[in-house]
Design a protein around this ligand. Sequence first.
Ligand SMILES: [Mg+2]
Length: 230
Amino acid sequence: MIKTVGFDADDTLWHNEPFFGEAQAALIEVLKDFANGSDVAGVLLEMQRRNVPTMGYGIKAFTFSMMDTGLAVSGGHLDSSAMVDIMNIGREMLAHPVDLLPGVADTLEGMAGNYELVLITKGDLVDQERKVRLSEVGNWFSHVEIVSEKRPQTYEAIFGRFGSLNHSAMIGNSAKSDALPAVRAGAWGVHVPYEVTWELEMVETVPDHPRYFEAKDIVHAAEIIKDIEP
Ligand SMILES: [Mg+2]
């Protein structure tokens, strides 16, 4: 049976992506004299794509991308008060409460006695630590790993420390960052889609693979893990 279970955090254990949608709506409002909403959204996505390789994931990089977007759509004419408004959108995101998704607490409570649970998340170090603390998921996870990117080698290194990859599984809302790289590393992967997926986490096709599963929610994911026979 599976011995180690990795969990993604954002949009797997708690809501996250909707906050970015709200922030984008606020940015569109700040920039409404310069461009329409869909143009702002398009530039913002392009700025994020550009900034991820050097800045990574999370709210700080997103705030930088919002500032880039403001400068781009205004042709450099954004005044300092609008820039302050944009920075404040980011600051407010860093103060959001943390709400666990339905079924998460009971599922983690049930699994903690049977598996070694490892939280594996990417994003801002300080913000991810804040969310781990506020959510109190530390009660169930024996280890918390905050990483800059989720590649097969990331899972190989983390799961390798706890035992064999063959006896490890990763659960998360991103097929691209959670389930697939874990499978490529030699572990098992369970994709639990969230209501919205960030464009940069989209995958065009998901390969049919004996170690890859789709679950409808976290309760279903736990059932899948229980039935895996490495
Ligand atoms: Mg996620």
